[in-house]
Design a protein around this ligand. Sequence first.
Ligand SMILES: NC(=O)c1ccc[n+]([C@@H]2O[C@H](COP(=O)([O-])OP(=O)(O)OC[C@H]3O[C@@H](n4cnc5c(N)ncnc54)[C@H](OP(=O)(O)O)[C@@H]3O)[C@@H](O)[C@H]2O)c1
Length: 312
Amino acid sequence: MKLRILLTGKRGQIGAQLAALLPRLGEIAAYDRNELDLSNPDHLRRAIQDVQPNMIVNAAAYTSVDQAEREEKQARIVNVDAPGLMAEEAKRIGALLVHYSTDYVFDGSSSVPYLEIDKPNPINVYGKTKLAGEEAIRAVGAPHLIFRTAWVYGATGRNFLLTMLRLATEREELKVVRDQFGTPTWSHEIAEGTVKVLEQLAQQGREAISKFGGTYHMTAGGKTSWFEFAKGILAEASRMPRGITWFETATKGQVLLTRRITGIATEEYPTPARRPAYSVLSNSRLKLNFGLKLPAWSLQLRAVFAEGRING
Ligand SMILES: NC(=O)c1ccc[n+]([C@@H]2O[C@H](COP(=O)([O-])OP(=O)(O)OC[C@H]3O[C@@H](n4cnc5c(N)ncnc54)[C@H](OP(=O)(O)O)[C@@H]3O)[C@@H](O)[C@H]2O)c1
């Protein structure tokens, strides 16, 4: 039987990758914000009832971490109320809900990778709404998968990689935070990992979902700081040939000016939202239950530049 999949957030970093890969599993009805606004509960409910999907994949979210500090109400509508409603509808029609969450549900006081069983304690509004979204889904009791990921980037979208490439064309020196540790993860690998998990579950049938459902950490391997990540980005960028479409867009065709990258402390770069100092996630549950291990962050970074070369 061909699966019917409803995808939200199809123009987001992860959503766009999922829109390309999910057709491997079945027929997809994919929506962007204009076609399906998560802050309109009637519209959301109606869309699910019209499509009658076997799977709802929610890649939409309120993701502006700093802006959320002053827009908590809007962040809650999208990150808590909408996933809760999706879970209710999923339960009613017997669909699986696939949802994404974040390393920012943790406070960063650990010094070893966080497990799914570790107690969350978000320190900013975005993290609080994402945790409340997870809890809303669990409370409904619909079959679900929640993938917590981290530091998402890719060749398109709003992300740290593209910000660094833009700044590198504008400034001779970049100052980047050196005392926050996490794992940059390429949006494409998250979508690929998601589809691999769903393929396994689809093959195994309904009991597999009750056995293997729940919350999983899904990030690249390893750990780094924003400072080291920025250095890696500029090292890759300095080797890029001209004429690669995504890279030309990211740099507006300008030459890279940056000669020095300096590591700074978090206090030297104040932001409206606090960030955890350490948010590395252990992916051992993903490996144990699905045999899945995403490549190390440095290999993923290299692959983004290499893919651009092939596709551009
Ligand atoms: N980005 C990260 O570093 C990161 C880290 C950890 C976890 N995550 C999680 O991963 C998931 C995907 O994140 P991402 O990086 O792909 O985010 P993204 O690129 O910001 O994509 C989110 C998408 O959601 C859409 N959206 C926002 N409000 C909406 C609404 N009211 N109705 C419908 N669509 C709406 C956005 O549309 P517009 O473009 O029109 O705003 C955007 O296309 C989220 O659950 C996020 O919390 C992300």
